[in-house]
Design a protein around this ligand. Structure first.
Ligand code: HEC
Length: 169
């Protein structure tokens, strides 16, 4: 299912970013911690290191970028199913075109809707509109929508996982 995939992509992304950070930190700690040795070997090892290490670092960085891009493309394709014009214009800016709550890997203002049950979405929307669930943004947005409209939005959002799955097959 897509939700599981999203989690896997997220974890992988975190892992890669974490590794990049650790690579940076590791370099700094090494030079600080082994100060004496660095001074001792300064003449030969440092100059060698500078020549050898830099191209390798670039290769690794480029590889990571490619992997990240591949992951993003994959996630993007799975999520590229059709949504209604109404959803696109009224909801997508904050909840994402596929309800992921993200756009180009960046978190948007609204939470993820993908995978939420139509009944739950409908209840949330009715509650926002009635002010039982407090959110000025959502309340303002829904003010001019009828309960019939809310039902249509809720049913559409409830269908997102099935639409994504149909694309995969
Ligand atoms: C301007 C940004 C914005 C737009 C546009 C927007 N939302 Fe939201 N939406 C939010 C925010 C912020 C929340 C979180 C509110 C909270 O939990 O307090 C939210 C929450 C929700 C929730 C509850 C989800 C949850 O997990 O709690 C639903 C359902 C929802 N929005 C549906 C919609 C629908 C349908 C539309 C289009 C008609 C829409 N939203 C348009 C910002 C937006």
């Amino acid at each position: 299912m897509l939700s599981l995939k999203n989690i896997i992509v997220g974890v992988l992304t975190l892992g890669i970013v974490g590794l990049m950070v650790m690579t940076y930190m590791g370099g700094g700690a090494y030079q600080g911690g082994e100060h004496a040795k660095v001074i001792e070997d300064f003449g030969d090892s440092m100059s060698q290191k500078a020549v050898v290490a830099q191209p390798e670092e670039k290769d690794d960085r480029a590889k990571e970028q490619e992997q990240l891009k591949a992951l993003r493309d994959k996630a993007g394709n799975v999520g590229a199913f059709q949504v209604s014009q109404a959803y696109k214009t009224k909801c997508a800016s904050c909840h994402g075109v596929n309800g992921s709550g993200e756009q180009n890997g960046k978190k948007l203002m609204g939470p993820k809707l993908f995978g939420q049950d139509a009944e739950k979405v409908y209840t949330d929307l009715v509650d926002f509109k009635a002010g039982r669930k407090e959110n000025m943004i959502m309340k303002g947005l829904l003010m001019n929508l009828s309960e019939e409209d809310l039902r249509v939005f809720a049913d559409e959002i409830g269908e997102f996982p099935a639409r994504a799955k149909a694309l995969e097959e």
